[in-house]
Design a protein around this ligand. Structure first.
Ligand code: LLP
Length: 403
């Protein structure tokens, strides 16, 4: 649950990302408890948010790191993650990234194509290094998640499909530089882990493991990726870590392999809020626009995926509660199209959002912004980056300077 003191936040320069460090701790503890009870390891997917304080908290929780680039591996090492606790994934690993991973001696490089396997072998040989290899499989199962964030279908670029397994096995068997470790699969994001679709993914992975083992390659590690959904409508709801662990255990109870999960979003989405101020209210015959000072450059998800983020007008709520009886009168009866300042029509936060009457200067909270928020930000329109504010260090944040 996000705790916020409006009187402290109101004076800050917007837009800003706010991380509630207690909420983060709460979520990490819940994941840790569920994973420990199930005997499953956790490698946090850095791509969701690589803020240094967040990484520190994740490391302190005892989790490993899932990295997607050489730069993420370097950051993970600098943040105290050990090479044994780092895995390296990605469909387009650069030669430089591969070399960084090999030199660091990461626990596993999850390979996404036959050609990539050969390139890793070539680089490892050249530097007389050994490469720990995981095979990222493509289960070709529809997990019914958002079109843009599904990754486990043949139509998606990710993973190696069954038809290539014999070739992969042949290369692994004959190579002196490649050390087979296990199977990796990430079938999508924002998934319901209790669903039949997810169980189907797990069953497919289990059958692929059997295939590799029957070919004489021992599967020591099964990495089931991330993908656990968060509730964007109700940000206070804790992600279903236990349900996820139950589904995995149900299918892999007999397996002697080390099982790893790679959650990103579910660990960090809830602790982050993007705060923004109302700049202008403008009306035409069709609708009323609320123009706010946070844009798609600060948080790309709505513009890129049509993603929903809950938005609350904290100032209007505070006004309504201040005067007894006013709350009922000023209910959420205004309908706004909330838009950002960037010069793109897709810079829209939400259409037909019901809110209290809003005025210039009101402080809005855009919830569940902790995952794939700040990391995907850019400077389009030469906009300044949003500042970062931690709940336990609000006094260090930049204050608003009014003109
Ligand atoms: N492991 C691998 C190999 C991945 O590709 C991903 C995410 C994860 C783990 C973590 O998945 P999570 O638990 O966060 O769902 N930008 C999009 C999400 C892209 C996810 C990419 N891969 C969004 O804003 O929804």
């Amino acid at each position: 649950m996000i705790k916020e003191d409006l009187s402290l936040l109101e004076g800050l320069h917007t837009p800003f990302y706010y991380y509630d460090m207690d909420a983060l701790e709460g979520t990490l503890s819940a994941m840790k408890a569920a994973a420990q009870a199930a005997g499953i390891a956790v490698h946090y997917a850095l791509k969701a948010n690589c803020d240094p304080r967040i990484l520190k908290a994740v490391r302190a929780a005892g989790f490993g790191a899932d990295c997607i680039s050489g730069a993420e591996i370097t950051l993970a090492l600098e943040s105290g993650f050990t090479p044994e606790d780092i895995s390296f994934a990605g469909v387009g690993k650069s030669d430089k990234g591969i070399l960084t991973a090999l030199k660091a001696g990461v626990s596993v490089i999850n390979v996404e194509s036959v050609q990539e396997l050969l390139v890793i072998e070539h680089i490892a040989k050249k530097y007389s290094l050994k490469a720990n290899i995981g095979i990222r499989v493509n289960p070709n199962v529809d997990t019914h998640t958002l079109r843009y964030i599904t990754s486990g279908m043949q139509a998606n670029k990710f993973g190696i499909t069954e038809t290539d397994f014999p070739r992969v096995i042949e290369i692994l068997r004959r190579s002196d530089s490649l050390v087979f470790k296990g199977i990796h699969c990430h079938a999508g994001s924002q998934m319901d882990m209790r669903s039949q679709a997810y169980r189907r993914v797990c069953r497919k992975v289990a059958s692929f493991c059997t295939f590799f083992e029957e070919a004489g390659l021992k599967v020591e590690v099964i990495n089931l990726g991330g993908g656990l959904a968060v509730n964007y409508e109700d940000p206070s709801e804790m992600p279903d870590f236990e349900g996820w662990m139950d589904s995995i255990r149900e299918i892999f109870s007999e397996s002697g392999a080390r099982i790893i999960t790679e959650p990103g979003r579910s660990l960090v989405a809830g602790c982050g809020t993007l705060y923004s101020r109302v700049l202008y209210i403008k009306e035409n015959d069709l609708k009323t626009f609320l123009v706010i000072d946070a844009g798609m450059n600060n948080l790309l998800r709505p513009a890129l995926y049509g993603a929903y983020h809950k938005i609350e007008n904290l100032s209007a709520d505070a006004r309504a509660w201040k005067v007894p009886g006013l709350e009922e009168v000023t209910g959420e009866n205004q309908v706004y199209e909330i838009v950002g300042p960037v010069c793109e029509s897709s810079d829209t936060w939400g259409k037909e959002r019901r809110m209290r009457l809003s005025v210039r200067g009101d402080l809005l909270a855009i919830r569940s912004a902790g995952a794939y928020g700040q990391v995907m930000a850019n400077s389009y329109n030469m906009r300044e980056p949003a500042q970062t504010v931690y709940s336990d260090k609000i006094e260090e944040a930049i204050k608003e300077e009014y003109v």
